[in-house]
Design a protein around this ligand. Structure first.
Ligand code: TPP
Ligand code: MG
Length: 254
């Protein structure tokens, strides 16, 4: 005899990311890899003017974190973060035009490497002296709050860049002022040929990064609750394998 009580409904676990969004994230990650693969070939053929660093194996970090923001939030990517640009709407041809120093590039041909950006998409051009984008993002976060918005600024750098003074200055002032800032550190375990253990002793902080993992869904949640209103700035550590110094390190003629 059937029970008069309605059987308890089995609840489907809520996916961490909606399907459409997950598909879009995957598309942009795949596009990033395809564009960079093509550019490695172009670099070896001597078609690109400057240095090429690719974001191979960093795709989930760039796309996952960028996808957590609104288009009106400010983002300050670095040399492993092509996915950030693509997520915001920069076209692959614009990236290639920039590396080729063409007048049609976002920098109007004044750049022959990775310093392209689009302020109209709220992307701050990657600076050369890493991690100078950290203090710039801190200033952008201040401006967002000063103007009364609930916008957030997000900045990226590598593990090696954390040895620089401007990294610590940016984190400090953002903490003191409680600025709406998220700082992402992409720990690919090397700064050029120098391994982490030769740089500094902060193993415990780097271990935190493992929580982020290499999966885009996890990375999307890694910055935690965004500090849109007065709150402590967030730090996200992400572990990656570096697949992208290869092109830069090899001679074009090799
Ligand atoms: C202040 C400064 N010093 C040196 C360089 C040259 N440089 C470009 S990338 C790089 C390696 C940085 O390592 P890391 O921060 O770990 O980033 P990764 O390349 O591993 O992603 C260096 C030293 C630079 N751009 N800026
Ligand atoms: Mg590194």
């Amino acid at each position: 005899m059937p029970s008069p009580r309605t059987p308890a409904r089995t609840r489907e676990p809520k996916p961490p990311v909606e399907r459409d969004l997950a598909v879009r994230m995957f598309e942009v990650m795949a596009l990033m890899r395809a564009v960079e693969d093509r550019m490695v070939t172009m670099y070896r053929q001597g078609e690109l003017l400057g240095s090429l660093y690719t974001g191979h194996w960093h795709e989930a970090i760039a796309v996952g974190t960028a996808s957590a923001l609104r288009p009106t939030d400010v983002i300050a990517p670095l040399h492993r973060d092509l996915g950030v640009h693509l997520w915001r709407g920069l076209e692959p041809w614009q990236v290639m035009a920039s590396f080729m120093g063409k007048a049609t590039s976002p920098t109007g041909g004044r750049d022959g490497t990775l310093h392209y950006g689009r302020l109209d998409l709220n992307i701050i051009n990657p600076v050369s002296h890493i991690p100078n984008n950290y203090p710039v993002a801190t200033g952008a976060a201040f401006a967002l709050r000063y103007r009364g918005t609930d916008g957030v600024a997000m900045a990226y750098c590598g593990d090696g860049a954390t040895s620089r003074g401007d990294f610590h200055e940016a984190l400090n002032i953002a903490g003191v002022q409680r600025l709406p800032c998220v700082f992402i550190v992409e720990n690919n375990q090397y700064a050029y040929s120098t391994p982490n253990r030769r740089l500094r002793q902060q193993g415990s902080r780097l271990r935190d990064a493992r929580r982020a993992g290499g999966r885009h869904r996890c990375v999307r949640g890694a910055p935690g609750r965004l500090p849109r209103r007065r709150a402590r700035p967030r730090r996200g550590w992400a572990i990656a394998h570096r697949g992208g110094h290869d092109a830069h390190a090899r001679s074009r003629r090799a």
